[in-house]
Design a protein around this ligand. Structure first.
Ligand code: GDP
Ligand code: GDP
Length: 455
């Protein structure tokens, strides 16, 4: 059977592939120089030099998509490193803790040539406490002669050491098979399972934009219902806060409050923490200091939330300090620097005075509604038919590629698959996205559009 020249099974396959839910997350942890970045590069098939990931280099990306044996997942790379900030043990602990928290399974990398160190033992204790599935990678086993070194790592007491050479690829396939066994099909925080539970908000933004002030403001003026992990020895990570008559779960608030300990040179931790919080949330409230120029760091945080496919609200804080001139320039900056999220609802707030706090909840609700929007196939195709008739794709090489039909394959965020008779150019895809937004809303949400071309 066929639709417009597409095999029906291809159509179904494309819809299923495009409609995938959130991907499970794998964290790669271990002490510095054991080969974490080298391993991550191998898993994701990245050819870039590892040197770029060296100590002190500010990295904005820590989460990558990977695929093995037909299964897709995300990898959190903790190879970026600033060991002088806290001393090695505390650094490894902090880094591993964030990554483990945000993950569904962990690859623990040990340098088999060096053998077990105290720091490795410390990480093992963290792993035990977290209770996530762990795959032990005995790295730097470049040849058969290293196998004995790998065997020695049974002493860690966390199961079978997988001998691997991340540098040359030896053993990585077997290890990844073990990873797939450890990794659930869907993340534990799968949106589907959370139906009815409180919505999860990640309050993110670069240091000093006012995250902790805002959190204190909303938590103090409203009622802090309960600390999620009260009674355990750990700091509360997620807090339930009632706002506008609704209970919300603010994720990773301990990180916001703990900030003081990680003040100097903690850019890398900041991005790791942001990535972790975003992974756990449905909606990202991105706080921006309106009194200062919008920076590259602000943009990176925005990109992180968008790439993770989260609903997004932009909150411009410190509004109490703005004069007319700054307000003028801010508007220009928003147009140029934040064009990628022109669709995000925006609130201008002051954590100090409490200005417009009441606008936060409606903005969050709008973003979540956009994120969950589903367009019926009939309406979508009526819209596509009109669009293609009124604005055909430019003719290329004597041919005119056409969008034949489409469907929404998923939500959270909305994902579309369009079926076309030929290659659809980037500019035309952008145009289609713009028109989709005009027609159906999608305020506060990224949307994904994939195009399948008839053979
Ligand atoms: P990270 O700090 O844990 O991210 O470690 P890197 O990935 O930066 O690796 C540290 C050093 O170990 C680099 O010089 C790598 O080339 C080297 N390395 C990583 N994996 C292997 C391996 O499997 N075998 C050998 N011989 N060297 C490796
Ligand atoms: P965080 O690093 O994002 O958690 O930022 P903080 O909440 O620690 O705030 C950084 C600084 O900005 C502190 O000195 C706050 O008092 C100040 N601040 C936060 N919100 C506001 C605001 O709305 N107006 C003004 N004027 N200052 C603010």
């Amino acid at each position: 059977a066929a639709v417009e020249g597409f095999d029906i099974e291809d159509v179904e396959g494309a819809i299923e592939a495009a409609g995938h839910g959130p991907l499970p997350v794998l964290a790669v942890v271990g002490r510095p120089n054991v080969g974490k970045s080298t391993l991550v590069n191998r898993i994701i098939g990245r050819r870039e030099a590892v040197v770029e990931d060296k100590p002190g280099v500010t990295r904005d990306r820590v989460t990558y998509e990977a695929e093995w044996a037909g299964r897709r997942f995300k990898v959190v790379d903790t190879g970026g490193w600033e060991q002088d900030v806290l001393g090695i043990d505390a650094s490894v602990a902090a880094q591993a803790e964030y990554a483990i928290e945000a993950s569904d399974a962990v690859v623990f990398v040990v340098d088999a040539k060096v053998g077990v160190t105290d720091t490795d033992e410390a990480v093992v204790r963290l792993l035990r406490k977290a209770g996530k599935p762990v795959v032990l990678c005995a790295n730097k086993v470049d040849g058969p002669s290293g196998e004995a070194d790998a065997t020695a790592l049974w002493s860690l007491g966390i199961g079978e050491p997988h001998p691997v050479s991340s540098l040359h690829g030896r053993g990585t396939g077997d290890m990844l098979d073990a990873v797939l066994e450890a990794l659930p099909e869907a993340p534990a925080q799968s949106f589907g399972t959370a139906v009815g539970g409180p919505r999860r908000i990640a309050l993110i933004g670069r240091p000093n934009v006012g995250k902790s002030s805002l959190l204190n403001k909303v938590a103090n003026e409203e009622r802090v219902v309960v600390n999620e992990l009260a009674g355990t020895t750990r700091d509360p990570v997620d807090e339930l806060i009632e706002l506008g008559g609704i209970t919300w779960k603010f994720v990773d608030t301990a990180g916001i409050r703990k900030r003081v300990h990680l003040q100097q040179g903690a850019d890398y931790y900041a991005s790791l923490r942001t990535a972790a919080a975003v992974e756990k949330a449905e909606v990202a409230v991105i706080l921006i200091d309106a009194s200062e120029s919008i920076s590259v760091q602000d943009q990176r945080i925005v990109t992180m939330a968008v790439e993770a496919g989260r609903a997004v609200v932009l909150a411009f804080n410190k509004w109490d300090t703005l004069d007319e001139e700054r307000r003028y320039y801010l508007e220009r900056e928003i147009e140029t620097e934040l064009a990628q999220v022109a669709w995000a609802p925006r609130v201008n707030v002051s954590a100090r005075t409490g200005r417009h706090m009441e606008k936060l909840v409606p903005a969050i609700e709008t973003a979540i509604a956009g994120w969950e929007t589903r367009v019926p196939t009939g309406r979508l195709n009526a819209f596509l038919g009109e669009l293609v008739a009124a604005h055909p794709h430019p003719v290329r090489g004597g041919k005119q590629p056409r969008i034949l039909f489409g469907t929404q394959a998923g939500t959270k965020p909305p994902r579309f698959v369009l079926f076309a008779s030929g290659f659809i150019e980037h500019g035309y895809r952008r145009f289609v996205e713009r028109r989709l937004r005009e027609e159906f809303g999608f305020e506060g949400t990224p949307i994904h559009i994939s195009v399948r071309v008839r053979e």
